[in-house]
Design a protein around this ligand. Structure first.
Ligand SMILES: *Cc1c(COP(=O)(O)O)cnc(C)c1O
Length: 376
């Protein structure tokens, strides 16, 4: 029996401690500190965008991104925004908070990203935007989506929360649209506990998101014309994120190595593994996913329980947004099936991908998974 193997462990062995001490020694712990500015300037440059705006989370970042776009481009209430159904709740939630209607498109089998062939069929006169999401470390097929956006005059927002430093045909994710959002949550490729950043090359959008994230303060301090949120990120978080940013290349290299090893170790199990590579990108393995084949007699819950008994932590895949009870309760769901997302949830799970995993642990995990199929 192995010691407990968590699904993720961050590696804080760079300048994190040094930069945090600089915050404390200088007294700059709040939102206007030098690391916030450095991160905004340098991370935007890294992603070929003009401006950055640090926020307290990517979810908050999406809230104010949609609010800014709705405002600037005068979208009516209940305008429609296309999002992948196989995704975290954040994008749908941000639509709803802004009185916009999320419209869900199924995933495709090979990459688990949005199925580009099913986008046009959901476009209506009310569609105003599409949110590109790069699922689990592999970019979606961006160019055809940009073509559709152009044809129907849709705004594009990139949710690159799982794709720091990732590229699509050698161009950085987060650079493909007017506005992109990254997360610095603990398990992301750049981690500060909580936090995120909005990137844009449009000054009007920048001004709007800075306004909304900061309680809609105006130059006349304490006089407010609108209500916003406090979505500011602290200098303490930015210090850690900046240190993590300095070694994001190393993090990605480690992730690709771990993912490649799993591919080799698990290649013969009756399951579909995370897609290693496409024509346009190498998977950066934000997570390593396993989707059981249809002829396997058990589901992902069974495997997760068995692995838990062997001290191996796993996580389920995203629950399809178009089936979320909260959205059902709000009466904003249709009855359309998105079979690929639904199958991914039933048959999919992900296995440990911490940055400190050793070869012997990888082998232990892979052996335990292979055992399950031997016995059945
Ligand atoms: C993590 C994640 C988010 C949410 O990020 P937070 O910073 O935790 O709010 C949003 N979208 C995707 C695709 C994510 O992976």
């Amino acid at each position: 029996m192995s010691e407990f193997i968590p699904v993720f462990e961050p590696k804080l062995n760079g300048n994190e401690k040094k930069y945090l001490m600089q915050c404390i020694d200088s007294g700059w712990i709040g939102a206007n500190g030098p690391f916030v500015k450095k991160l905004e300037d340098e991370f935007s440059l890294f992603c070929s965008q003009k401006y950055g705006s640090c926020v307290s989370s990517a979810s908050g970042g999406l809230d104010i991104t949609l609010r800014a776009l709705k405002d600037l481009y005068k979208w009516e209430d209940f305008s429609e925004v296309i999002i992948p159904s196989f995704n975290i709740i954040s994008s749908a939630q941000s639509c709803i908070y802004n009185k916009l209607k999320p419209v869900f498109v199924d995933a495709e089998d090979r990459t688990w990203n949005i199925d580009i062939n099913k986008i046009e069929e959901v476009i209506t006169k009310k569609t105003r935007a599409i949110i590109l999401v790069h699922i689990y470390g592999l970019p979606c097929d961006i160019n055809p989506i940009l073509d559709i956006a152009k044809k129907y005059n849709l705004k594009v927002i990139e949710d690159a929360a799982q794709a720091h430093g990732q590229t699509y045909y050698n161009k950085k994710c987060g650079s493909f649209s007017d506005i992109s959002v990254f997360s610095f949550f603990t398990n992301k490729h750049i981690a500060s506990g909580e936090g995120g950043i909005i990137l844009t090359s449009n000054e009007e959008i920048l001004d709007k998101v800075n306004y909304y994230k900061n309680l809609c303060f105006t130059k006349d301090k304490f006089i407010h014309n609108d209500l916003g949120w406090n979505y500011r990120m602290t200098n303490l978080q930015a210090a850690v994120a900046y240190a993590q940013f300095e070694k994001v290349g190393e993090t990605i290299k480690t992730k690709i190595e771990l993912g490649s090893k799993y591919q080799e170790l698990l290649k013969n199990i009756p399951a579909h593994l995370s897609c290693h590579k496409t024509e346009y990108a190498q998977n950066h393995y934000w997570i390593f996913g396993v989707v059981l084949n249809n002829d396997v007699k058990f589901d992902s819950k069974y495997v997760q329980n068995k692995l838990a008994q062997a001290n191996i932590e796993t996580r389920p895949f995203f629950y399809p947004i178009h089936k979320q009870p909260v959205l059902q309760k709000m009466g904003i769901l249709d009855n359309i099936k998105r079979p690929v997302s639904e199958n991914l949830y039933e048959k999919g799970f992900y296995i440990p991908m911490g940055l400190t995993l050793t070869d012997s642990k990888l082998e232990y995990i892979s052996d335990k998974i292979k055992d399950l199929f031997r016995k059945s």
